[in-house]
Design a protein. Sequence first.
Length: 91
Amino acid sequence: STSSTSASIDGKVVSPWEAVQIIINDNNNSTIDGMKELYTGYIENIIYAYPADVIKFVAYEALSSGKEKSRVTPLEGAMYGAGATAIAQFV
């Protein structure tokens, strides 16, 4: 198993920086192709995450309505954020 600070490439455990260097310097691809591989799935991730983030923002604003931003305590902000995240997950 690998930790969050390591990656496995072809069965070899490497650091994130080594993984980037391997991808960029892959002899089977040009450097441009290697750089493109680093962003594979980026658009799909944005398409997936954006609607949930919009729902979270709207839910947070609705939950904290009537309060000035400077008057929301850290605990209240955490509760509103947790509630907003829960709402976004259910939608």
